[in-house]
Design a binder for this molecule. Sequence first.
Ligand code: TRP
Length: 456
Amino acid sequence: MLSNQAGDEKRTSLHGHWSSRMAFILAVTGSAVGLGNIWKFPYIAGQNGGGAFVLVYLVCVIVIGMPVMMSEILIGRRGRRNPVATMELLGKEEGSSGNWRWLGGLGVMAGILILSYYSVIAGWTLAYVVKSATGVFVGATAEEVGAEFGGFVGSWKAITLCHTLFMALATFVVARGVERGIEQAVRFMVPALLILMLVLLGYSMSSGYFGQGVAFMFTPDFDKLTWGSVLAALGQAFFTLSIGMGAIMAYGAYLPEETSITGASAAVVTADTSIAILAGLAIFPLVFANGLDPADGPGLVFQTLPLAFGQMAGGMFFSTIFFVLLSFAAWTSAIGLMEPAVAWLVEHYNRSRTQATIIVGGVIWLIGMGSVLSFNVLADTKFLAGTLFDNIDYLTSNIMLPLGGLLITVFAGWVMCRNSTSDELGSSGTLYKAWRMLARFVAPIGILFVLINAVT
Ligand code: TRP
């Protein structure tokens, strides 16, 4: 069906609109920049051997991440509803089927599952604000910082408290709604985080091991690269950009008509990738300077950074500010993770926004208890990818997000007619052709290829 909204009344969203183009970019950047950049990227890169992984990750960001993000925004803006309803509406409108709503449903599920463990880690950052401010790390040795971390996550009560507090904070902001809640939080957080990363970078450059850190990150050793680590790089690209689950689609639904989707996507991808690379450059030299293991896992930043701050002049102050900012970054991401589920409950079941948010927050909190226990009581209960935490992480980042991204590009590239997409992207020139090539061929085939090779 050839459908073009022009002429009809333009759709508007139930949940309000961004007040400006900048507000949209800030909100998407706020969702993208989070624990994925500063906590996850360094430890996943460390576990997968560094250089070659980083290279594959960068390629994935550019040739797959960018077109998927553009596809999500354009679908979201065209549908102007929650991801489930948008996919159903556009599926029918484009002459395919309302069953595309299941793709929206997959995203709602992915958001809930990701936030369930994300909130646990974000809870750690809250605790580290207090630990930093009370001088726990001042002058501490690597062993002391390691023992502090081990003792903390080993206590299920302590980390349950933090997980609960973080979910309460996230639920509070989401309940307040799109404009008042999200925009304000991001406006100062991203620039401030960037500045602090530069301070840390300065410190790690003076550690004497900077060259070794750079070599670890940028010297690709392809012998170490397995299909498993290629999939991890692809999954990390999806995770860090917040794509593949309809979150960006939900944000796109609140985007004014005239905003350039390509420009906004490029800005977000650049900001997000720069912060991840900066985090790696700050962290790996410290890992080598202190004889730590880059493959140490989820505790990596919670051990290297406090150690560095503890030895720096003014470290107590910087450390506190750093964990405050990281908590903020996690907070603005948590909002994005909840948005698809909340928008869906509001529209589909006619719930008030407050009610919907509390329900979603409660469910996520409960699932998250599984990840809380994965670091202590159930630490030795391992199956498939490891602990329950490891499995939820693997299932979401490495399976659900790439699969979601694959279907999103198939929808935007093959199901939607050319007029619809060029109308949204606002051009038919070279840029449009490049997007269409990537969305129709490179992204879906690339994702499928990696998934098949890694899983079989
Ligand atoms: N991008 C976030 C981070 O790097 C995590 C994330 C994944 C996310 N998917 C999302 C955030 C969807 C908001 C919406 O920390």
